[in-house]
Design a binder for this molecule. Sequence first.
Ligand code: GAL
Length: 994
Amino acid sequence: MPSELSAYVSDPTPGRGALRPARSWLHSDAPSLSLNGAWRFRLSPTASVAQDFAAEEFDDHAWESIPVPSHWVLEGDGAHGRPIYTNIQFPFPIDPPHVPDENPTGDYRRHFALPADWSDAERIVLRFDGVESLFRVWVNGVDIGSAGGSRLAHEFDVTRAVRPGDNVVAVRVHQWSAASYVEDQDQWWLPGIFRDVTLTARPLGGIEDVWLRTGFHDGRGRVEAEITAEASAFPVTLRIPELGVEQVWATAADVAPVDAGEVEPWSAERPRLYDATVSTAAESIALRVGFRTVEIRGDRFLVNGRRVVFHGVNRHEAHPVRGRVFDEEHAREDLARMKRFNVNAIRTSHYPPHPRLLDLADELGFWVVLECDLETHGFEKLGWVGNPSDDPAWREAYLDRIRRTVERDKNHPSIVIWSLGNESGTGSNLAAMSAWVHARDAERPVHYEGDYTGEYTDVYSRMYASVPETERIGTDGTDTPLLNCTPAQSTRQRAKPFLLCEYAHAMGNGPGALDQYEALVHEHPRLHGGFVWEWRDHGILATAPDGTAYQAYGGDFGEVVHDGNFVMDGMLLSDDVPTPSLYEFKAVVQPVRFVFDGDKVAVTNLRHSADTSDLRFRWRVEHDGTPVDAGDLEVPVVAAGESGRVSLPPVPVAPEGETWLTIDAVLATAAPWAPQGHVVATVQSDRSPHIPVPAVRHRTGWRPDTGTLTLGAAEFVDGRLVSLAGRAVTGPRLELFRAPTDNDESPSDGVEESDASVPGVSNAELWRRDGLDRLTARRVSVELPHGKADALRTLDKVSAANSALFVMVESVWSLEAGELELRVEIEPSRGWSTVWPRIGIRFDLPDGGAPVDGAEWFGLGPSESYPDSLRAARTGRFSSGIDDLSVDYARPQETGHRSGLRRLTLTSTGAKVFRVEALPDTHGRRPGFTLSRHTPQELARAGHPYELPASTTSRLTIDAAQHGLGSRSCGPDVRPEFALRPEARTIRLRITAG
Ligand code: GAL
């Protein structure tokens, strides 16, 4: 039996006593007092603890101190329990609406002095902006109420409980409650008072709430005000000084739409805001209004009459130290970073963020899909039986959640769509939420992905649809109904704008195919882009037993059930470092398209509405990566959706070697999110003359031989390479394995339209079954040519234990025009049946006192690239230390492959060690390289970077080919055209000393 003390913990209704209706989060000049700071704190293991602590006179001096806002599991070095990460699973028995007796419960207390001049306030209101997951509040021992809805604001009238001078507020917070069943988002469970606590004095004659709905039509702005105030508060005045608007309404009945005259519209690209105030004699509210009109016309989603394409990200509130506690400076920098990477939209997955974030979104410019705090994904396991979304007992909780969501944030021009929540099945409570939104805000459409058939939502949304499925949605083909839809429902869904609320799962190394999704958006106007899953990894900073700091994921805190590193799926690492996928995203969605045509280039402005007057165009020419000429390209201002054709400068062409012309579109002046000169878009054009590849000189007349041999920079003993340029080397050995990426490791069945996958079995598992990670070699022959010893040929048969499959590797070392050439012919036997991760050869370079610790190369860079993620890579000269060649993915995995290699110089503390020139194969394909401190096998064995062994050897792998990345960790596998099949390949290298 639940104790009487805690019975409310299992109550699905939204608590009692909180003020309704919910209001906007407003910037008011009414007095307020932040109750953030140090509170007294006690943690109990159950909810049924005596409530005597709420009494004023309770002695809390033995309690600890805890900061508010914070999560108690992240405070006190593990003394307050530990974070739990689950994706879909509930970390407690599924017994709704009950939760276990083991229910960590935090009691908080603090004193505050009520300012003397608050005595004439009409009401004193106590606001909580976020408490996970259920709390109860007392002031001076008076029971005030309770509330659930962790990421929602709750206000309480505490007027009758406070008094001048010293007061005590006591809050009891339960980690688990009925609310936990509807807050099953894929993230850490982080209890506590994690957002602001504020006391406000509501003045007599003040403004309870205001909503300025703005519109933009034919160059003019319009304001429709909704003012919630007592009749006695009037007159109310709306002022927008910059527009000369000063509108006084004598009574509520007089409030009418205002023509704001000619205005500049608000858009995510030009987030023009106008300062406004709404005031009575007693209170003034400051707002920043943006004029914009949202509408759906047919299957188009339009803002200010123009189609919007979302180049968005899913944004969680996550920080390695603070968890979901908001930090404005960090959030602003994070949003500025999004802008620098061409992100133009945010889905606030899967709950309203800190309210201030929307101010920043208005100001910096993002299209926002604002999502309610709702997810019941754990019921999927039960076939959705008992799902709160369709249970009348939960209806009020659902409605309370959406009301609090919409009311709090309704004033923001950045919010263009309301989302009911995430992965909560379907049911009448969701439909009721939608109906409420439609009645309250007729303008902004309602989104909910789980409404597959489009019963109650306005936009069609899917997550992780493959490229072909997305294309089918964009076209009118009726042969295959849409997912979970009848033909009639498919027709209904196709009549709506479509967006991918999640796509391109960015877990670990990946995703691939971003460019293929983007291409569809330009072909099929019904497709409005989408939101990459997700912006950042959610690692929690922890310390390994050996003292090394690392980003912890599920399981690192000894959780009973958890979902491992599935929470590390951002384009940004936990510590704010952009991964190569973010550069890829930036390149794929860049708002300017360039198409070369002889000595002209067509410049197309792909933006929503902004012209190119903020951009300057620069060109440069490089010969084999060395700059030879540069200048400005005069491009007339191009309006959104238009193109301009301009002449290119004369390009000096290198007689030998490669000539590349690069054009950058850069910011002409600094923006609030980037300095002047920041590169917004880039393109390259290959202007090289045809460069013949030296033909392979096929020799005949080999004879078996061993002994020592020197060929150019290489020395051999009994046919084995022992040194290069005087340094000890082992190898090259055939390397077919890569440390599986999270996508490679996923057995997910989301493999539609890929002929490369086996449903239910990960590629990595297939590779391990075939022994790709444990290949052994048998030397079949070592031969020298008859006559002059200027070449060496070896033949190896490479295979794995208990397998009859093999690969023949023929290596020919020779002197060609005085240079050492290595040609490796790799030929698989019949019978290999899966894709291969790579086809490469690996040289191991032992430390020998001065490790190989850097690379300079001419090829694609600067970041790693893979066949389905090549758009950010450009041809040029780059250099990097060995550690910066790898990305510190939270779980070590394949990283560091640089494609399109021409020339590579390995360095040791800055000194050149040897140089490798990569010759294209007969199809013109160039290899890539990876320089790493670890073997793929070592990487594959480590769960975290700190588990990697100390390295004494640098590893250089030259890959004829790599498999693509895909996003199968949650979504489609590598597209067939980027899948690497076992096939014969040639690698040809010219190697010279220093
Ligand atoms: C989606 C879900 C997200 C996240 C993602 C996988 O299904 O909506 O919250 O779990 O998958 O990382």
